[in-house]
Design a protein around this ligand. Structure first.
Ligand code: FVH
Length: 295
């Protein structure tokens, strides 16, 4: 049995690296916690720290109203919860998936009598339970459900509610991580350019970090341009000017013996937009070229 407390009891399914970090945060904050993991050995250390371990997912779900799921993927959620009685449960799914999977999972939960919130974790396990680490979780789904459990959900990491559509947490998650990979791709090309010269990468890195940091606020102007539909609004470096500069980038890559394969697709889109008459615009028109079909 759990000690008497006014803290919301939590059931947690999934004790991988992330699930274990979540569990430790709730235990440290004094929340009664019931855990289940497919491989039971992972629950033992948590039991020693005060978690109650359930012998099956069904037993764990039956223990408390708030049920948090942090498994590998959507298929493992299906495997784990098929046949489990979810009537009256508040299901919070922190498993990474696509927006469509989240929307389908929300309907699936509703058909089983459960309320549903989807979550996208913007943190790695060491950031969980560390208030200043900067990690947070994106949530979408029923607003009243989020409000009801906001304080409990805020224990492991900050929370950011992004709307009622259950697919929007996953969409924001993937969009933010996609931007991150674009940044990593640019940094990879930059490091490749200097790699064959007598340039210390650790001396170059601060310049790179400062430059990327200085450029980041440009996303706000892009957003304003998208909202207004005026892609020339506030433009300081036109598409025509920037496209004229791209041969120097490609020639430099050639001189340095570096493949342009990370940059070339973006430059090709810039040239296409220029050919369509977008020369006086910012780079924002490239976004329209990426929209392949009506959503
Ligand atoms: N770890 C991270 O850095 C990232 C940060 C951002 C968010 N992700 C997502 O969080 C989900 C869980 O990730 P994780 O780090 O805990 O992942 P693992 O350590 O690999 O643990 C996976 C757990 O899933 C269980 N599991 C896998 N398949 C099944 C199944 N068919 N049925 C039941 N459970 C299953 C696995 O159980 P076991 O192998 O211990 O028996 C673990 O509990 C994930 O969506 C990340 O994308 C983490």
């Amino acid at each position: 049995t759990h000690p008497v407390t006014d803290k919301t009891p939590v059931t947690l399914l999934g004790l991988g690296a992330m699930g274990t970090a979540l569990a430790r945060a709730w235990l440290a904050a004094g929340h009664p916690l019931t855990v289940w993991n497919r491989t039971p050995t992972r629950a033992r250390a948590l039991a020693a720290d005060g978690a109650r371990t359930a012998g099956s997912a069904a037993e764990a779900v039956a223990a408390h109203t708030l049920v948090v799921v942090c498994l590998l993927d959507d298929a493992s959620v299906e495997d784990t919860l098929t046949g489990v009685d979810l009537t009256g449960k508040d299901l919070v799914n922190l498993t990474t998936g696509t927006p469509a999977q989240a929307r389908t999972r929300a309907e699936w939960a509703a058909a089983r009598g459960a309320r549903y919130l989807d979550g996208g974790i913007m943190a790695v396990p060491p950031m969980i339970g560390v208030p200043d680490a900067g990690g947070y979780v994106l949530y979408s789904g029923a607003p009243d459900l989020f409000e009801q459990h906001r304080a409990t959900l805020a224990v492991p990491a900050g929370t950011a509610y992004v709307g009622e559509n259950p697919g929007h947490a996953a969409l924001h998650d993937v969009a933010l991580l996609s931007a991150m990979y674009g940044m990593f791709a640019g940094a990879a090309h930059a490091f490749a350019l200097i790699r064959r010269e007598d340039i210390d990468p650790t001396a170059f890195a601060p310049l790179l970090a400062d430059w990327l940091t200085a450029m980041v606020p440009a996303v706000h102007l892009t957003a304003e341009q998208l909202r207004s539909g005026d892609y020339t609004k506030g433009v300081t470096s036109t598409l025509a000017m920037q496209t004229a500069g791209t041969p120097a980038f490609l020639a430099t890559a050639e001189e340095q013996g570096v493949s342009p394969e990370l940059l070339s697709p973006y430059f090709a889109l810039m040239r296409r937009r220029l050919a369509e008459g977008g020369g006086e615009e910012d780079l924002t028109g490239v976004i329209d070229l990426l929209l392949r079909r009506p959503a």
